[in-house]
Design a protein around this ligand. Structure first.
Ligand SMILES: CC(C)(COP(=O)(O)OP(=O)(O)OC[C@H]1O[C@@H](n2cnc3c(N)ncnc32)[C@H](O)[C@@H]1OP(=O)(O)O)[C@@H](O)C(=O)NCCC(=O)NCCS
Length: 161
């Protein structure tokens, strides 16, 4: 694969199936027991914004954002195809997610599984800080680590869009 990553909203059933399949066949979701039905439900849910990164028309990875609710500006899922990891595509997808979220809100939130040390390192390197630990949230004996990148308090925030 060559060329730049193009990031755009997910389109059509084939792309939904590709992304859901990527999710269920990859850690941390294998350990978390995510089913294809659940993954498809997350990707097609109307409360979420899903974008794919493509090169030469092929999906490299995708990101799922939640732009409503208590932890508004939440990156729910980020995944890059296993054979294309550690080439910077994940960082580019996160850059896109941050740009989208920080236009409307001052915080980017995400959760990462306690056993997903590679992803924790990835997010720390991008400037995310641990702000909480949700014990036994999905699986007994494992936590979801809540992380945040912030530009400041809501009271000082001015929407860009
Ligand atoms: C985390 C992930 C999206 C990063 O994408 P990427 O394209 O590999 O990211 P980059 O090339 O920009 O950065 C590489 C870093 O990602 C992390 N990483 C690489 N492979 C990983 C894997 N299999 N699982 C988790 N993190 C991984 C490492 O910190 C790596 O840095 P290193 O090479 O110094 O160890 C990607 O590895 C992935 O899809 N992992 C599985 C799903 C996941 O853990 N998603 C995040 C939790 S929602």
């Amino acid at each position: 694969m060559s060329g730049d990553l193009e990031i755009r909203p997910i389109e059509g059933d084939d792309e939904v199936r590709d992304c859901a399949t990527l999710m269920v066949s990859s850690e941390p979701w294998i350990t978390l027991g995510r089913t294809l039905e659940q993954a498809t439900g997350i990707i097609t849910s109307p409360i979420r914004e899903v974008c794919v990164g493509t090169i030469d028309g092929e999906i490299v990875g995708f990101v799922v954002l939640i732009m409503k609710g208590i932890f508004v500006g939440f990156v729910q899922t980020l995944a890059v195809r296993p054979e294309l990891r550690s080439r910077g595509f994940g960082a580019v997808l996160m850059e896109y997610a941050e740009e989208r979220i920080l236009r409307d809100f001052p915080n980017v939130f995400l959760c990462v599984s306690s056993f997903n040390e590679g992803a924790q390192r990835f997010y720390r390197r991008l400037g995310y800080e641990v702000v909480g630990e949700l014990k036994d949230l999905i699986l007994r004996g494992h936590s979801e680590i809540l992380m945040r990148k912030t530009t400041g308090p809501f009271s000082e925030f001015r929407r860009r869009s």
